[in-house]
Structures are given as C-alpha cells and as structure tokens.
Design a protein around this ligand. Structure first.
Ligand code: AMP
Length: 225
C-alpha cells in the first residue's frame, strides 16, 4: 500500500525534520511546498517572483497557485508509491483539493505535530538554514556552516520577529481549522512535538505503522468498518 502522509503543524514544530525522516524510512519523497517556493525564489523563476514578497511577509500564496504546484509534483513518477507532504495543505480549500487529487491512491494519514506557541517562537528565532541547499541546521548548534553541503548558514528571510508573528497568526486562522477537518478520520493522529526529535520520530513512526495496517478505509481515510 502506498504511504500517503500529510505532516501538519505550525511553523517551527519540526515538521520538516520529521517529514524527512519518515520519507527516508519508507523510500518515498518528502514534498515541501515551502522548499519548492524557496527554490523558485533562488532560481529567479516567474513563480519565485510571484511568491517572494508574500513569503517574506509571512502570508500564504494563493490556493490556486499552490494546488497547481502540488498537482504537478504528485504526478511525477517518484510520488506514485507515496509521499510525505510538508507544509501542504494549509487551508481547507487545499485539503479538499488534496482529497480530490489523491482519492484513488489509498488512505491519507494525517500527523499533527503539536508544540506550545512560546516554544515555537524560541525555535524560529534561533533557527538557521543553509543559504545554498536550504537544509535546516541543528537547533542550538554553534557551527557557521551547513552540515550537509558546507554552505553558509543564515536566518530564513521569514524568521524575523514580524514575519514569525504573522505566520503564527495565519496558522491559527487558516491552517488550524484543518485539525477539525481531519480529526474525525481514523487516519488522523496528534503527536506531542515538544519532545526530543528522536522521541517524536519514534512516535510518528509507530502511529504511521498502526494506521498502515488498518481495518478498512474508504479513499478519504474514513473508517468504513
Ligand atoms: P514553510 O517552509 O512551509 O514554512 O513555507 C514558507 C512560506 O511559503 C509560507 O509562509 C508561505 O508563504 C509559503 N507556503 C508554503 N506552503 C504553502 C501553502 N501550502 N499554501 C500557501 N503558502 C505556502
């Protein structure tokens, strides 16, 4: 059965790290819409030009644009056997579009990573990313260069105090309602993200394994028995 996972949670919850680990474990791609947009900004494409200012302010790019990007990405060969989505969906309209896109591919497992707001702010203010390859540097690390490619570590342009506040506000308003959208499904699970990353990874792996061997699900992940 394909592994179709959505990693849900506020900025700074550790979604990227956990999505990467889960994807690697199951040999499926991690699909981060934020990374795809940042790549487009770095490459100076039309998409990048359209997204850059919106991202720097901490707002969301339009549903229409992001749904199209994800539709094309899920059509690629490597996503046929499954995927871990990181940063998508972020609105109810995006979640509905995702159901329509993936309905025939088996159940969608939704993992919410929960972290208190004060901890999120602390993490985002201290976060450093590689300006060359986009990798996250370990939180609290003292190295000035990227552990993956040796590139220089910088603050993300949307990790400023104003943009952090705006992103948390946008999350509460537009993305948190997705928890209600998905909660009724047996394929939904909430994990405490305010724990060491290895512990979070173990809980995510266990939760996903339990939901990969379910009773019977319809294509939207709702239990039918
Ligand atoms: P992230 O790396 O997931 O925190 O995303 C960084 C920024 O990219 C967000 O603050 C948004 O401006 C934009 N973005 C990423 N994913 C989406 C999405 N699913 N819908 C709208 N905007 C997005």
């Amino acid at each position: 059965m394909p592994l179709n996972v959505v990693m849900l949670g506020p900025p700074g919850a550790g979604k990227g790290t956990q999505a990467e680990r889960l994807a690697r474990r199951h040999g499926v791609p991690r699909i981060s819409t934020g990374d795809m947009l940042r790549d487009a900004v770095r490459a100076g494409t039309e998409l990048g030009r359209r997204a850059e200012a919106v991202m720097t302010r901490g707002e969301l790019v339009s549903d229409e644009l992001i749904i199209e990007i994800v539709r094309e990405r899920l059509d690629q060969e490597d996503a046929r056997g499954g995927f871990v989505l990181d940063g998508f969906p972020r609105t109810v309209a995006q979640a509905e579009a995702l159901d329509a896109l993936t309905g025939a591919r088996g159940p969608l497992i939704v993992v919410e990573i929960d972290v208190p707001e004060a901890e999120l702010v602390r993490r985002l203010q201290g976060r450093r990313v590689c300006s060359r390859c986009g990798a996250n540097a370990p939180v609290g690390g003292s190295s000035a260069s990227c552990p993956r490619c040796g590139g220089p570590l910088v603050r993300r342009s949307d990790d400023t105090e104003d943009a952090i506040r705006e992103r948390l506000r946008v999350y509460a308003r537009d993305t948190k309602p997705l928890v209600d959208f998905y909660r009724a499904r047996r394929t939904f699970v909430a994990i405490n993200g305010a724990q060491p990353p290895d512990q979070v990874a173990r809980e995510v792996a266990d939760a996903v394994a339990a939901r990969l061997a379910p009773a019977t699900f319809d294509t939207a992940g709702k239990a039918t028995s």
